[in-house]
Ligand binder design. Structure first.
Ligand code: AMP
Ligand code: MG
Length: 350
């Protein structure tokens, strides 16, 4: 089953990955409305279920192993769906193992430091999943589109010149490589929204009172810079998708599809790490056996010595039955169908 899921996820996310070294022209190479041949939300359910189940299971192992950490960097234009994606992706996991950090206009204190300082402060620890809602990539996106933001960064003259963006790409790549080499997997998701879908989502924020707080006239004015952003995103994807920290372009016009994509990429990454529960050594095994004896001896009159053991055995029997059930067989069949559909759709995307 685990193997089936890994294969399904790998095939599903392949067309979203930006091959390291490739030159990306966003508007030509990636379609914000792509749906992998799915017609409706319903078609994506097997993938959604596989993603959520894998996330839950592997996050628990990641935390127990306490060796690897995972950093998810989320980038998008306004209304791209970052908040909803985070809510969805995290819905099945233990909140204790996840840390979400958002990045806004830098504070006075942050401007007193190099531009990566504030991101370094919020990195996940081992065993944790860290999610950056906006990330170090703002430093080559909004700061590039609005050069006056760069002026505010108090840089020495030599650090500003014309080579500044290529230098930042190199610095970010080096920083991420350092993290990857030391046990931190980095997953970078760009939610790719079309200009028309952004217009519609902005209007929804205007029309719905409970969405008003999320909207400002400045957000709409930023649309004037649409083409500059597309160019900045394209350049960023071309220069910073690396073997150790690849970019995935998530088609974002259909929210349900974007969420399946995001959780699939994260689930696949966790399967690649394949974290294991720590092994119990002989001494500890002996220790546990002795503890069991002590607890069993404390059973009150008439109570079973170890009711937990019977319960676990019953649960294992149930799990086995569930794997062999009609429902599970149906799900596996549907996953197979999805894979066939993906194979068919491949090539029509890029
Ligand atoms: P929001 O995430 O919608 O609350 O908005 C945060 C705002 O902070 C966005 O407009 C970002 O473009 C802006 N922002 C994030 N990082 C930076 C940065 N390094 N320099 C300037 N503005 C930034
Ligand atoms: Mg905003």
């Amino acid at each position: 089953m685990a193997d089936d899921r890994a294969k399904l996820l790998a095939e599903f996310i392949k067309p979203l990955r930006v091959e390291p070294g490739s030159k990306v022209r966003l508007t030509k190479d990636f379609d914000p409305g792509y749906k992998a041949g799915f017609l409706k939300k319903k078609d994506g359910i097997p993938l959604l279920q596989a993603g959520v189940a894998v996330l839950e299971e592997y996050q628990a192992r990641l935390a127990a192993q306490d060796t690897w950490g995972v950093l998810v960097c989320l980038q998008a234009l306004d209304a791209g769906g970052k908040d909803g994606t985070i809510r969805h992706v995290m819905s099945g996991v233990n909140p204790q193992g996840v840390r979400v950090s958002g990045f806004k206009v830098p504070s006075a204190e942050e401007l007193e430091h190099d531009y990566l300082w504030r991101y370094a402060q919020r990195l996940p620890g081992r065993g944790e999943i860290g999610i950056f809602n906006r990330s170090q990539y703002e430093e080559v996106l909004v700061v590039r589109v609005h050069p006056e933001l760069l002026d505010r960064q108090k840089l020495p003259a030599a650090a500003r010149g014309s080579g500044v963006w290529n230098r930042r790409y190199r610095e970010i790549n080096d920083w991420e490589r350092h993290l990857a080499d030391n046990g931190f997997k980095i997953v970078k998701l760009f939610l790719n929204l079309s200009k028309e879908e952004q217009r519609i989502r902005f209007l929804r924020r205007v029309d719905l009172p409970e969405k008003n707080w999320k909207f400002s006239a400045a957000d709409a004015r930023e649309r004037e810079y649409w083409d500059d952003y597309q160019a900045a995103f394209s350049d960023m994807l071309s220069h910073t998708s690396t073997e150790w920290a690849p970019w995935y372009v998530i088609p974002a016009d259909h929210k349900w599809f974007a969420r399946i994509c995001a959780s699939s990429v994260l689930a696949y990454t966790l399967m690649e790490i394949d974290p294991k529960y720590p092994e119990v050594d002989k001494a500890r095994e002996k220790d546990l056996a002795e503890t069991r004896k002590l607890l069993e001896a404390e059973a009150p009159k008439g109570a079973a010595a170890d009711p937990a053991r019977a319960e676990l055995a019953a649960r294992a029997r149930e799990d086995k039955a569930a794997r062999q059930s009609k429902h599970a067989r149906k799900l596996r069949k549907r996953m197979k169908k999805v894979r066939a559909k993906l194979a068919e759709a491949e090539g029509s995307h890029r």
